[in-house]
Design a protein. Sequence first.
Length: 307
Amino acid sequence: MGKSKVKLTFVEDFGLSGAAAVTSKTIAAPIERIKLIVQNQEEMIKKGTLEKPFKGIADCFAWLMKNEGPMAFWRGNLANCIRYFPTQALNFAFKGRIKAQFKVSKDDSAVTRLGKNVASGGLAGAMSLCFVYSLDYTRTRLANDLKSNKGGGERQYSGLLDCMSKTFKAEGMQGLYRGFVISCVGIVIYRGFYFGLYDTIMPYLPEDVSFAARFGVGYAVTVSAGLMSYPIDTIRRRMMMTSGEGVKYNGSMDCASQILKAEGFMSFMKGAGANVLRGMAGAGVLAGFDVMKASYIAYAYPESIEK
């Protein structure tokens, strides 16, 4: 396929990136739920909804299958799709406009080019987070809402709206946005490298590079960015788990300090293995978006394709 010079509209960017994101996240929903449960299991043990920690990903998988059934692996996926659609769509849409403020010239060094791409990608991610954080919180709580060992195995929340409603009644908007500040730090790091590294590497590859190569680059970028920001992700999600509860952390630094003191540094990395597998969804988003975009342009603007 030839190269196209078509510049898609905001709506077209929004639709294509959102569709790629929702499809990938739905496929990866089971491993993502396992990741969240393993990552936050200490908070559930404190609450009494979990008797003992899981030995790993396989142990968590077996427990869920036995106690909640196969459909439980997609619990919270609706909230995740609702959240992820605007998150990724806004990221991709804002990225191009923000990058215009950090223009990369042919004379820029590799370090300068990377810095500009990281800055534009990170800013786009932080801006998107402002709009969808409450949905991110809800997805986290639903994924960790296991059938309790107390009270006949009942769940705390019946669904997305019930989770939001109960949290809002208990603490107002503060409850829905607990951990927002540290999340902004994490999203800048993650999205900065997520988009920045990809946009820095891809120009060195041929224009007609295969989907497999795009997927490989996207996967490497996703895993690298995820591991760099994973301790911050653990802190913010552990803070989310205390909304509506009696005992809370006095900020992100207090949360990090308590986890480090009581559980050790490796507790910050619990679920990281599952997160590496989950990264396949992120790689699919990046590679899939490029392929979907090229196919869409060829269909909607055939006259723009250079032969």
